[in-house]
Ligand binder design. Structure first.
Ligand SMILES: [Zn+2]
Ligand SMILES: [Zn+2]
Length: 333
């Protein structure tokens, strides 16, 4: 039996409660990449400290907050509507210029280049909450200690393990698209632009370098950190706490977590999403606010998006979970 066959067999043996076979294999990324990832994660908090120090007693300027809000919305929708719903799951077809614009906006969110992001996320759907999932909070089992360790891994720790997702296997469509390859190559430049824009805007609006600096801190670093942690919370919290109104595949414990709905642009209706992955709307029930779906609806009205996969009510009712499946929501069962 080859190693991969052995692994596949062990995956099938997975009982839904014990640690993954690979749980204790911690092959760390190289020092250069670890340093870079750590810098990307830590720098915003140094920025936050400086920003609070500068703002102490005089408040933050409206300019800083407005710039932060605009960039949060643009880069956030780039990730949710672009990277996730369009490029990973093909929930709709976009005009070529819109496809590129969304990929560029998402790249400015500091979450990796578009092709890697899509490959990792497709792998997450292929192996949700079982061995092979790149960021499952159940990696270390469902005991209390394992669960806490798993949450830390799913939120942030997975970024530091050398667990390459082969893009040839998971994102061949994007690799074959010259425009997407170009956007992926431009990722470092787009990150630089994502920080330079607020600095230049703050400088231009206030006419002072100090104004540029505070805009850089709030609308650059702090905005990036907030979006990162909201996205990572979908990976960690939205597989552990919340409700499970819809059926998902075996072992998949994705949840709907309403407090994050607005900040995550509808992505925290994660149980709805895992139940119907290619659906353009993740908030499948009434009152589940889903700004990303609203934006896709606008694109459709303008004629920029077509073949939008909106929810099918009859199908949804069939996907509704019975009390037994809903009860699988708690961390330990
Ligand atoms: Zn998930
Ligand atoms: Zn997804």
């Amino acid at each position: 039996m080859t190693i991969s066959e052995q692994r596949a067999e062990r995956r099938q043996d997975y009982d839904g409660a014990s640690a993954f076979p690979e749980a204790e294999q911690h092959i760390l990324v190289g020092p250069a990449q670890a340093g870079l990832t750590a810098a990307i994660v830590v720098l915003p908090f140094i920025g936050l400290g400086i920003a609070i120090f500068l703002a102490w007693g005089q408040g933050v300027t409206l300019t800083d907050l407005l710039l932060a809000a605009i960039l949060y919305v643009v880069t956030g929708l780039g990730v949710t509507v672009g990277f996730h719903r369009l490029l990973t799951h093909a929930s709709f077809t976009a005009r070529p210029w819109l496809r590129v614009a969304l990929a560029v906006a998402g790249s400015m969110g500091f979450q990796g280049n578009v092709i890697d992001w899509v490959a990792v996320h497709r792998r997450h759907h292929a192996f949700t909450d079982r061995p092979g999932d790149p960021h499952s909070p159940y990696r270390y089992g469902t005991g209390l200690r394992g669960q806490l360790r798993g949450l830390a891994h799913a939120h942030l720790g997975w970024l530091f393990t050398d667990d390459q997702t082969p893009v040839e296997r998971y994102a061949p469509d994007l690799l074959a698209d010259p425009a997407m390859r170009r956007v992926a190559r431009a990722f470092p430049a787009l990150c630089a632009l994502s920080l330079a824009l607020p600095f230049l805007a703050g400088w231009a609006i206030t006419g002072t370098l100090y104004g540029g600096l505070t805009a850089f801190l709030w609308a650059g670093l702090i905005r990036v950190a907030l979006l990162q942690h909201v996205t990572w919370s979908v990976n960690s919290l939205c597989h552990v706490i919340g409700s499970r109104p819809f059926k998902t595949r075996r072992h998949d414990r994705s949840t709907n977590l309403w407090p994050l709905a607005l900040l995550s642009f509808g992505e925290s209706w994660h149980n709805g999403h895992h139940s119907e992955p290619s659906c353009a709307r993740h908030g499948l029930d009434r009152g589940q606010i889903d700004p990303s779906a609203a934006v896709i609806g606008l694109f459709e009205r303008f004629g920029w998006a077509s073949d939008v996969r909106w929810p099918d009510q009859a199908r949804l009712e069939r996907r509704r979970a019975g009390p037994r499946q809903q009860a699988r929501a708690p961390a330990r069962d």
